[in-house]
Design a protein around this ligand. Structure first.
Ligand code: SF4
Length: 382
């Protein structure tokens, strides 16, 4: 095929005998194979992953962006929000590419297309403290007390934050404002990641959708510590409390390190949508909304900022990170005058140069290229 460059698929026969098919001995198993279903002119080719799961007239559809790699392909999310007896209760049924001439045209890769299982499976559904169910009030109260103590004793560097580039710019901006700017904590999004498969079309080795956004905010790169340094400082006793946002430390540092951190630290918080080794060992576990359950923006690897929209409501008892962070910041008495992602983005555009002058309206449904890609810097006080 022209897009996959694999040439296993063709039209055989002529006129009313013409048939779509595979060349002898070939299988359709290239990284873009799902696109043949989208382009089949008569709907004869269907997708085994999707077939018979639900009637299409039960569907809702919402535009969003794939979080599977740094390309940020535009997609439509098809879901059934209110029929839990279908599809084993999973709300999301399929992803389809959404046309964007500047990002993915009509296409998307199979890894992104079929990689949405995490949205409905393996989710954290309740706040937990030391393995016991707790409330949001208890969690926010306990974490804020620890942060207030650090603030009073001016020992912010004893607090570490390791955040993932799966978070939106709005989440990361609040992490920066609260932890780095107000509390002088050590904050990073530089986590060890093994590069994945890539090609010269869409698929990128960086499997995070917002690595460039995090870098523009100054949370990775030469100005920021890295996760290995923060973990080491915690193991050495220089950091007493750690908050990990949506990243499984066991993946990079091993389960023994996570267990050791859990025993060594005064406070270990994990927030994220899905269960992993961190949920077993963190003192506080906070259920976070998945990215399709909140509004916000990502910056793709080409410097294009795109809105992800809010396709689905968060699961009951889970909250978007921006909302958790606003609560924490306000309880600490910080001036955070924003109420929603749109207002947080306005604050970000005022304070971080590469985003200057932007708004959700300007970003629109197809995104916009950041014209000033420079190392993140705070604007001088006016
Ligand atoms: S190329 Fe990347 S962003 Fe695009 S669909 Fe695949 S995983 Fe998602």
């Amino acid at each position: 095929m022209y897009i996959s460059k694999t040439r296993e698929f063709g039209i055989f026969g002529r006129g009313d005998r013409a048939e779509l098919g595979l060349y002898p001995g070939q299988r359709l198993e290239n990284p873009y194979s799902g696109n043949v279903v989208d382009i089949c002119p008569v709907g004869a080719l269907t997708d085994r992953d999707f077939r018979f799961k639900a009637r299409v007239w039960y569907f809702s559809s919402a535009p969003t962006v794939c979080n599977g790699c740094a390309q940020g392909c535009n997609v439509d999310l098809h879901f059934v929000p209110d029929r839990p007896h279908l599809n084993d209760g999973a709300r999301v049924l399929r992803l389809k590419p959404r046309y964007n001439a500047d990002v993915n045209q009509w296409w998307m890769c199979d890894e992104g297309r079929y990689g949405f299982g995490w949205i409905d499976k393996g989710r954290i559904t309740k706040v937990h403290n030391q393995g016991v169910e707790a409330t949001w009030d208890q969690a926010i109260g306990a974490i804020t007390t620890e942060l207030a103590n650090l603030r009073q004793s001016r020992t912010g560097t004893q607090f570490g934050v390791i955040a993932s580039s799966q978070l939106t710019n709005e989440d990361l901006f609040l992490i920066k404002e609260i932890f780095q700017v107000a509390l002088d904590a050590l904050v990073t999004t530089s986590v060890p990641e093994r590069p994945g498969y890539s090609d010269d079309f869409l698929i990128k080795a960086d499997k995070n959708p917002n690595t460039l956004g995090a870098s523009l905010l100054g949370l990775s790169g030469s100005d920021a510590p890295d996760a290995a340094g923060i973990v080491e400082a915690a193991l050495q006793g220089h950091i007493e409390s750690l908050w990990v946002f949506d990243y499984d430390l066991a993946k990079s540092f091993g389960i023994d390190t996570v267990e050791h951190l859990s025993r060594r630290l005064r406070l270990l918080v994990f927030s994220g949508p899905n269960e992993n080794a961190m949920t077993s060992w963190s003192h506080w576990v906070l259920p976070a909304a998945g990215y399709v359950e909140k509004d916000g923006t990502f910056v793709n690897c080409h410097g294009r900022i795109q809105r992800i929209g809010r396709a689905l409501p968060p699961l009951p008892d889970s909250r978007a990170e921006w909302s958790i962070l606003l609560d924490i910041g306000r309880q600490l008495g910080l001036a955070l005058p924003w109420r929603n992602p749109q207002e947080i983005f306005a604050g970000l555009a005022e304070r971080v140069i590469p985003f200057a002058g932007l708004s959700y309206d300007k970003v629109g449904s197809r995104g916009i290229a950041l014209t000033t890609i420079v190392p993140a810097a705070r604007m001088p006080a006016s």
